[in-house]
Design a binder for this molecule. Structure first.
Ligand code: FAD
Ligand code: UDP
Length: 390
């Protein structure tokens, strides 16, 4: 009855579903264990009528023209350039740490001198990972690196990962490099914004195709069985393509042990204020148990007097209980080796493709997932076309 099964209705699953349905004319069944579409990008009106992102702030940003053009088929965009400040002992400093931050951290003369040193060492407009800046030998650059490390990275990273910055994969802190620039934006990508009607509406449009059937509240593990290189769907052998975007360890009942993740508790509050804070996100880098507060009206552009909704993010270890969601893979050689053990089990099932943040155990942004989903779809569509010519 179905040609393809897609597990998970986040960015990975929804893009591949649409592509297979549209370009390869496949009958596609999407299985989603949550009671909604859009994965972690899900957004909705809260009980007070404020538009929120249920799983934390999602800002779309990309340099991939194909991805932007593709998603633009399904949504218009609100132009939103995200800015983040760190709350440091009562003052608010732009993050990533940039030249504006430098003039807030130091008095004018010293800031001007250090600015010249940064420009001489790295050049205007460059981005320097904090761990690289810490290797500088000039005493004033060393001192600056130490300031940024202590005030921006150390405590936030300890909260987020339970580890110090030098104990996590360098790619994580490289996401927020020191920026030799007066540009206060969090991202510099060519395209940035928020879907004008929200992410859920974008996904709804993407899934709106006669060849796509969606089953919510359906854990794939209840209907799919992998056995000696064969796939069974609802008890019967299934020969079609399966794109799986859930956690790979769960596909195999965690037989080698659980892949470690960080999870978050989101605590929403709706104060009787028109605005709670001056920017979309304020990072708490030297105090508090939560990492950041996001105020959604900045992101969505919603206008509402006298009321606003914010979310605080409290990170902790993922233990695998049902109420928890694995959000962040923890990249290190040991975890990658465990991941690879699971992945090797899938090799006996060539019709099974792993795609997404969970299935690939990679700290991806939405646009990278969309790009990879389009590329996987290219391959599958071309298989289908070659197959039908034979
Ligand atoms: P998901 O969105 O997680 O979708 C996977 C889906 O599969 C889920 O809906 C899950 O319920 C379902 N599923 C899992 N197992 C099963 C199963 N057994 N059966 C059925 N269904 C199953 N990216 C950005 O580009 N910009 C941002 O600002 C940004 N902010 C983020 C903030 C937070 C707090 C987090 C956690 C992530 C953020 N991301 C952001 C990343 C973004 O959420 C991911 O890139 C994106 O969700 C990845 O899409 P995905 O389809 O791989 O995964
Ligand atoms: N980070 C930090 N302080 C900040 C912002 C980021 O220490 O003010 C570090 C922290 O380790 C975080 C990583 O940089 O996990 C990546 O930050 P990003 O904002 O990209 O995280 P995400 O939005 O994906 O949670």
């Amino acid at each position: 009855m179905f040609d393809s099964l897609i597990v998970g209705c986040g960015m990975a699953g929804a893009v591949v579903a649409r592509e297979l349905a549209e370009r390869a004319n496949k009958k596609v069944l999407v299985l989603e264990m949550r009671n909604h579409i859009a994965g972690n990008a899900f957004d909705l009106l809260d009980k007070d009528g404020i538009f929120i992102h249920q799983y934390g702030p999602h800002i779309f940003h990309t340099n991939h023209q194909r991805v932007f053009d593709y998603l633009t088929r399904f949504t218009a965009w609100r132009d939103y350039q995200h800015e983040v400040v760190a709350a440091i002992y009562g003052s608010l400093m732009p993050v990533p740490f940039n030249l504006n931050s430098l003039y807030l951290a130091y008095d004018g003369d010293k800031a001007a001198r250090v600015e010249q040193k940064l420009i001489a060492a790295f050049g205007m407009g460059t981005k320097i990972p904090i761990l690289e800046l810490r290797r500088q030998t000039d005493p004033e650059l060393e001192e600056l690196a130490d300031y940024i490390y202590r005030n921006i990275f150390l405590y936030y990273t300890q909260k987020q990962w339970g580890l110090a910055p030098e104990e996590i994969d360098p790619s994580v802190t490289e996401r927020v490099p020191v920026f030799i620039s007066y540009d206060n934006r969090y991202f510099q990508d060519t395209h940035q914004g928020i879907p004008a009607e929200g992410y859920t509406a974008l996904f709804r449009n993407m899934l709106d195709h006669p060849n796509i059937e969606l089953r919510l509240d359906t854990d794939a593990r209840q209907v799919l069985r992998l056995e000696s290189g064969q796939v069974f769907f609802e008890g019967r052998p299934f020969q079609g393509t399966i794109v799986y975007s859930g956690s790979i360890d769960e596909l195999y009942d965690c037989r080698f042990g659980r892949l470690p993740y960080r999870t978050l508790d989101f605590v929403f509050e709706t104060p009787a204020l028109t605005w709670f804070q001056p920017k979309g996100t304020v990072n708490y880098t030297v105090d508090q148990d939560f990492t950041r507060i996001t105020e959604f009206k900045h992101l969505t552009g919603q206008e509402k007097e006298g009321i606003t909704t914010i979310v605080k993010e409290y990170p902790r270890s993922y233990t695998g209980t049902e109420s928890e969601t694995p959000y962040y893979p923890i990249e290190n050689p040991e975890n990658r080796a465990l991941y690879n053990r699971y992945k090797s089990l899938t090799e006996e099932i060539p019709q099974l493709y792993l795609l997404g943040r969970l299935a690939e155990y990679q700290y991806y942004n939405m646009d990278v997932i969309a790009k990879k989903a389009l590329e996987l779809a290219d391959t599958l569509v071309s298989h289908a076309q070659n197959g039908s010519q034979e």
